[in-house]
Design a protein around this ligand. Structure first.
Ligand SMILES: Cc1cc2nc3c(=O)[nH]c(=O)nc-3n(C[C@H](O)[C@H](O)[C@H](O)COP(=O)(O)O)c2cc1C
Length: 191
């Protein structure tokens, strides 16, 4: 199989990272993959923040879990507790993507996420796209967090991607062919 297709077909979300830090070369590959992403009108409506300060990631984790624990709707908290009680899964490296809120910014940040997830997988790292990483920024200390994470003025949480050496792997999810319709010109014709 073509190497790119194999990378796409075998990528999976990793939720079990070793603490081993990433090398400078690995981080460089991830940053370049992020910045190579296409965006509407090449607007590049993102700012990429690399966090390798494990204490900071753990602090964010505690804040996020506390917000989930205090929420009226306990489903998020219960889901995270069932997954080991950590939003950040012990990841030693997070790419926080701040978005400028312009039209298509959310989609562009999503495309960036997939670029870096595939790159992580291609260079032997585990990764998971992590929407829940935005929870600490949505709480009472959100503005303070944005300052500490050095968000540019006017930017909000777009998405985050967590990386690290995978402690365990899993199979990629099943392809659901019911999600596809093929419209063939010949099919509508009667014999
Ligand atoms: C926008 C987005 C946000 C996500 N947020 C989270 C998250 O906060 N925590 C998590 O464990 N997985 C998160 N995921 C990963 C999905 O749960 C995962 O992609 C999905 O279950 C399919 O599994 P797979 O990636 O292993 O194929 C997110 C994925 C996307 C695309």
């Amino acid at each position: 199989m073509n190497e790119t297709l194999r990378t796409i077909a075998t990528r999976y979300s990793c939720r079990d990272f070793a603490s081993t830090p990433l090398s400078k070369l690995q981080i460089k590959a991830l940053v370049e993959a992020a910045l190579a992403a296409p965006s509407a009108m090449n607007r590049q409506p993102w700012h990429v923040i690399i966090v390798t300060d494990k204490d900071l990631i753990e602090e964010l984790d505690r804040e996020g879990m506390a917000i989930l624990a205090a929420a009226e709707d306990q489903s998020g908290y219960e889901r995270m507790m069932a997954r080991g009680g950590q939003i950040f899964y012990n990841s030693p490296c997070m790419m926080m993507v701040a978005a400028d809120g312009s039209n298509y910014a959310a989609m562009d940040c999503g495309i960036l996420s997939q670029n870096v997830s595939l790159t992580a997988h291609a260079i032997g790292l585990g990764s998971v796209i992590c929407g829940m990483a935005g929870i600490p920024l949505s709480g009472a200390n959100g503005a303070e967090w944005k300052k500490r994470l050095q968000f540019p003025e006017g930017y909000d949480f777009g998405i985050a991607i967590l990386f690290g050496t995978a402690n365990s792997s899993k199979d990629p999810h099943e392809l659901d062919m019911d999600k596809v319709t093929y419209l063939d010109k010949a099919e509508g014709k009667s014999e």
